[in-house]
Design a protein around this ligand. Structure first.
Ligand code: RB5
Length: 156
């Protein structure tokens, strides 16, 4: 049986373009369908714009996942996590990659592109893409996060 791989939506600001291009190549080698929302050059752009594009695309479809990058990964993760239903995890090692899927059901992987190590990024990517949400006690905690989203929507 051939399992359908999820579509991966990619986005980055100018400081994350290089790591994004590297990741796109790896994903295509692994037969993932890739939707790249930019940026495509080194000209200065604003990371919230790309975080929003990736976040909205991922939010619409359960079988989509996203990967975002900016210089540190911090701004992109802060911005993406403003979208209800998005669980964007800034990951710096394989353990974080694994646990962000198993415990947090992260639907966006966020990486820092300045600097980045190709071998490390490849490993993080492989682990993140193949780790699965464990449910159980973690599901209850995600439900609490949905509760925060609902209550926050009512804040003025
Ligand atoms: C852009 O210079 C830089 O601020 C951005 O890529 C990111 O690191 C923000 O968190």
């Amino acid at each position: 049986m051939v399992l359908k791989r999820p579509t991966i939506v990619l986005g980055a600001d100018h400081a994350g373009v290089e790591i994004k291009e590297y990741i796109r190549g790896l994903l295509l080698e692994m037969d993932y369908v890739v939707e790249d929302v930019g940026a495509f050059g080194k000209e200065s752009v604003d990371y919230p714009d790309y975080a929003e594009r990736v976040g909205l695309a991922v939010r619409k479809k359960r079988d989509k996942k996203g990967i975002l990058a900016c210089g540190t990964g911090i701004g992109a993760s802060i911005a993406a996590n403003k979208i209800p239903g998005i669980r964007a995890a800034l990951v710096v090692d394989e353990n974080g990659a694994k646990l962000s899927r198993e415990h947090n059901d992260a639907n966006i992987l966020v990486l820092g592109g300045r600097p980045f190590n190709k071998r490390k990024v490849k490993k993080i990517l492989q682990v993140w893409l193949t780790s699965k949400f464990k449910g159980g006690r973690h599901k209850k905690r995600l439900e609490k996060i949905f509760g925060i989203e609902k209550r926050s929507a009512r804040l003025k």
